[in-house]
Design a binder for this molecule. Structure first.
Ligand code: PGA
Length: 251
């Protein structure tokens, strides 16, 4: 039985004060049952160290939304995996479509980021997903397969187990238009099939695959009960405790 993950990607939202209040309220409201799930929030960089402090022992893990692929050096404005780990952060989101689109992150860079993150003991949430055009032209399976193969398949079996995948169709992110739960399950099964071919069935069965893209309190249940959907990566609906909590409670 794979442990469910509910992860909130705050993107460039919230303030330090809101981060404090959010963690305080959420930790008060998550009960014992919810604690069997892995709950992650990914605030912006400046709030990470405080967020780690406020969430300690409360059943909430803190993730970064990105990191640089090099370990250190002359990269003004960038943050390394080692720096994140030293603040107590234990996970990082890599390959989000917004990073691929606006910051030129390609498969090669992502492969380097994944290796850096694992070397620094960070759990990786690796995002993959197709554009609307790619889905319309039937290229969605091929697109996702290529992204995963190029960035991840050089990893050894013991390394891939530390990766959490997140299938996020780009056309469903922030649009209010989620994929159908059937489309998501179909892609998740396909991804697991690919992992199985590369790492064997037993290895593939251990890997968690999250769905992301307009996941909300009113559609979460439908997604989170699909056979190959092991949780959610949530943007908009992770910004308010009430919505995020409802999603946590629906799996
Ligand atoms: P959304 O974002 O839930 O607002 O669609 C998901 C994401 O970008 O991870």
């Amino acid at each position: 039985m794979r442990q469910k993950i509910i992860a909130g990607n705050w993107k460039m939202n919230q303030t330090l004060e809101i981060t404090h209040d959010f963690i305080t309220e959420l930790s008060e409201k998550i009960n014992q049952k919810e604690k069997s799930k892995q709950i992650i929030i990914a605030p912006p960089y400046p709030f990470l160290e405080r967020a780690v402090h406020w969430s300690k022992g409360k059943g909430i893990d803190i993730a970064a939304q990105n990191m640089h692929q090099c370990d250190k050096g002359a990269y003004t404005g960038e943050v390394s995996a080692d720096m994140l780990y030293s603040t107590g952060v234990n996970a990082v989101i890599l390959g989000h479509s917004e990073r691929r689109e606006h910051f030129g992150e390609n498969d090669e860079i992502l492969m380097q980021k994944v290796v850096q993150a694992l070397e620094n003991n960070l759990q990786v949430i690796f995002c993959t997903g197709e554009s609307f055009e790619q889905r319309k032209t039937g290229k969605h399976f091929e697109t996702v397969q290529t992204q995963i193969e190029k960035a991840l398949f050089a990893l050894q079996a013991h390394e891939i187990e530390k990766i959490v995948l997140a299938y996020e169709p780009i056309w469903a992110i922030g649009t209010g238009e989620s994929a159908t739960s059937g489309q998501a399950q179909e892609m998740h099964a396909y991804i697991r099939g690919n992992l199985s071919e590369r790492y064997g069935k037993a290895g593939a069965e251990k890997i968690r695959i999250l769905y992301g893209g307009s996941l909300k309190p009113d559609n979460a249940k439908e997604f989170l009960f699909q056979k190959d959907i092991d949780g959610g990566l949530i943007g908009g609906a992770s910004l308010k405790v009430v919505d995020f909590l409802k999603i946590i409670e629906s799996c």
